[in-house]
Design a protein around this ligand. Structure first.
Ligand code: IPM
Ligand code: MG
Length: 368
């Protein structure tokens, strides 16, 4: 029997409760596919800091090193709680960015996927949604201003100042662009390049490299769009986009806008791929305000399992079954309270029930 080793990092806030649903789905996938997932649980984020003094402790690093893939929940604390942790050990800086760096997970895939069955969650008008939205945002994840040189100090006039550098070399740019072009080849053969070359020199280099790399992809039509215009276009005519590629910070911001288009970041899983290791995570945070209440929707966590099956373990068929199973729960009129506006005509269920229903629907799917 094939065995896959998974590092499971439930994290903080709603992380553990949505991860439980992902584990239920993994169990069903095991039974249906004759594979086995060896789950290795590790502390990660604020919970790890309070337990061990480190947000990404050595023991968790070892588990991740050993794993075939990493399934990560959510991390982070409320603004007030975060102050109890020294800045360098706060979960984002102390755990998440080091995880990305360690495994060089430079390619971040964020699906802005709104099939018809989910369209009632979107704030966009039906005529804008049309037949549904299906965009893949490809975000560079280990470069740019996130990882560039930083300096804080006091200038000669006694004023505090800060400098953060947006750094890329051409290899980093080429690598992520190739990933996006390869994906465009598999999809609609259109790539939207998101940049800010009217201001940023980094975008000028980015576009130069893209002109070179795209020569190897003559079938892909490359369209260029400034990042600010892209933000508007995403609201007005999201249907024009299929694959979009962008640097780290632009991707952080536009992918959250993608969540807005869907109606919630809770509807956006993600895959973070390096050449040797990948990790999978919801695109959203740990939602401390609703943690422990069993009302968070596990779609993004279970969707991350689907992405993992597809991208790390070549189980595309079963991944599709999971997407369909989740959508069937929604299209049968169920939802969790976190996604549901007052007055919406939906049957409210809790996190656990949502996980169970996805499991039941998956069991009914023809085996992949
Ligand atoms: C994301 C998050 C992270 C980021 C934070 C938590 C560091 O917002 O994955 O989009 O900015 O990349
Ligand atoms: Mg973000």
């Amino acid at each position: 029997m094939k065995e896959f080793k998974l590092a499971v990092l439930a994290g903080d806030g709603i992380g553990p409760e949505i991860m439980r649903q992902a584990e239920k789905v993994l169990k069903i996938v095991e039974d249906r596919n004759g594979v086995s997932f060896k789950l290795m649980h590790g502390l990660f984020g604020a919970c790890a800091y309070f337990e061990t003094g480190k947000a990404f402790p050595e023991e968790t690093i070892q588990i991740c090193d050993e794993a075939d893939a990493i399934l990560k929940g959510t991390i982070g604390l409320s603004h007030e709680e975060a102050k109890k942790i020294p800045v360098d050990e706060q979960p984002e800086r102390g755990a998440l960015l080091p995880l990305r760096k360690r495994y060089n997970t430079y390619a971040n895939f964020r699906p802005v996927y709104l099939p018809k069955g989910l369209s009632h969650f979107s704030p966009l008008k039906p005529e804008i949604i049309g037949e549904g939205i299906d965009i893949m945002m490809v975000r560079e994840l280990v470069g740019g201003v996130y990882f560039g040189a930083k300096q804080r100090g006091v200038d000669e006039n006694g004023r505090r100042f800060v400098k953060e550098t947006l750094e890329y070399n051409e290899d980093q740019i080429r690598n992520i662009q190739k990933v996006a072009l390869d994906l465009a080849m598999k999809r609609k053969k259109v790539l939207h390049n998101i940049h800010k070359s009217n201001v940023l020199l980094s975008s000028v280099l980015w576009n130069e490299v893209l002109d070179e790399v795209s020569k190897d992809y003559p079938l892909v039509e490359v369209k260029h769009l400034l990042v600010d215009a892209a933000a508007t276009a995403l609201c007005l005519s999201p249907g024009q986009f299929d694959v979009m590629v962008m640097e780290n910070m632009f991707g952080d911001i536009l992918s959250d806008q993608g969540g807005g288009i869907l109606g919630s970041l809770g509807l956006m899983p993600s895959a973070c791929m390096g050449d040797d290791k990948a990790y999978y995570e919801p695109s959203h945070g740990s939602a401390p305000d609703i943690a422990g209440k069993n009302i968070a929707n596990p779609y993004s966590m279970i969707g991350s399992v689907a992405l993992m099956l597809e991208m790390s373990f070549k189980m595309e068929g079963e991944a599709k079954n999971i997407w369909h199973a989740m959508q069937s729960v929604f299209s049968n009129g169920f939802s969790t309270p976190d996604l549901t506006k007052a007055g919406a005509n939906l049957k409210l269920i809790d996190t656990d029930a949502f996980g169970d229903m996805v499991g039941e629907a998956l069991l009914k799917a023809p085996k992949a």
